[in-house]
Design a protein around this ligand. Structure first.
Ligand SMILES: [Zn+2]
Length: 327
């Protein structure tokens, strides 16, 4: 089948029609486009493409090798966001473009794929006149109906695409800003149903930082006094309106206080009165053991004799068998 080409200034990107959806004719033309929503398919390439095409669930799909497939016509509605709300407006499908990326919400993607996503996003941003902040993740907009566990409508129905909210990935996507608050939880339209997700989307934690080069790392010998000891994924603080009010306590836990008495060994922990609260196992997460204190600087993770503070633990690297200690 023919390929279509969108020429845009200096760059032209190649988009294949091989998985164009048979649903196209039945989908209505979208009246507005104010958001670009990034998803992760959570499935391998072939099955992702087949399913997306059959059901018309995205406008584009980007594969690990960087190929871009058009699924639903760009100006029609694709059913990609499900139960969703952004800034009080429900049914995000009606005003957004959906890009599915073959991969998983909590796993790093290859640079080739990220660069292809970047060029597609760049093209769409220019076409629709959108800012970097309009490029968000499915998990930003999805919300859940009240259920057995959560009595109210809540944010956190899905973690889909959440890696695209991290600073390290956005640097590669050439997106320099992102929403600083959740407009719907702030206004009380929704409650926070997944504190970890909120932290990934809006907190200082960058769960992908260890997988990608830090933009702040000085280029070779450009600055003699550039510190090389620590790479910091933390962006420079912005004005007062940046932090969601409820987030203030979360922020403070991320300030790594390197005071001299922080325990370095199991014996230090015992000597300082820390107690083991449980061990991470299948189906037993750190959150289940110590709740939101899992990322606190006074929570310690012990694996193979190594002691790591909750403020610097990589949540993706908490292995089974890790003991969690708190006071
Ligand atoms: Zn999704």
């Amino acid at each position: 089948m023919a390929l279509s080409f969108y020429s845009l200034q200096a760059s032209a990107i190649e988009i294949s029609n091989r998985y164009r959806s048979p649903r196209n004719p039945e989908r209505s033309v979208r009246k507005a486009t104010t958001l670009i929503i990034l998803h992760t398919t959570e499935a391998p390439e072939r099955s992702s493409l087949n399913k997306l095409s059959e059901r018309g669930e995205a406008h584009y799909c980007v594969t690990p090798s960087g190929r871009i497939f058009a699924i639903v016509d760009r100006d029609r509605e694709a059913y990609h966001a499900g139960r969703s709300m952004w800034n009080a407006k429900e049914d995000v499908d009606k005003f957004s473009i959906g890009i599915e990326c073959v991969g998983y919400h909590n796993e790093p993607m290859g640079i080739v794929q990220l660069k292809a996503i970047a060029s597609l996003v760049d093209m769409l941003k220019k076409m629709y006149g959108l800012s970097d902040e309009a490029v968000i993740c499915h998990s930003h907009v999805a919300y859940g109906a009240p259920n057995k566990w959560q009595k109210r409508r809540h944010r956190g129905r899905k973690r889909c695409g959440m890696l695209f909210a991290t600073t390290s990935v956005r640097n590669i996507l050439d997106l320099s800003s992102k929403p600083r608050v959740d407009p719907d939880t702030r206004a009380g339209r929704l409650v926070v149903g997944d504190p970890y997700l909120r932290n990934v989307l809006y907190g200082k934690m960058d769960i992908m930082a260890s997988h990608y080069p830090s933009k702040k790392q000085p280029a070779k010998s450009t600055s003699a006094k550039a510190p090389s000891a620590k790479k910091s994924p933390v962006k420079k603080p912005k004005a007062a309106n940046v932090a969601e009010t409820k987030n203030t306590n979360v922020k403070s836990t991320y300030k790594i206080s390197a005071h001299k008495s922080s325990p370095k060994t199991l014996n230090d922990l015992k000597a300082q009165g820390y107690k083991c609260r449980g061990t991470v196992a299948k189906g037993k997460t750190a959150m289940m053991i110590v709740g939101s204190k899992w990322k606190s600087s006074s929570t310690y993770y012990v694996i193979r004799g190594k002691v790591t503070s909750g403020s610097s633990i990589n949540p993706l690297r908490i292995e089974e068998g890790t003991a969690i200690w708190t006071k």
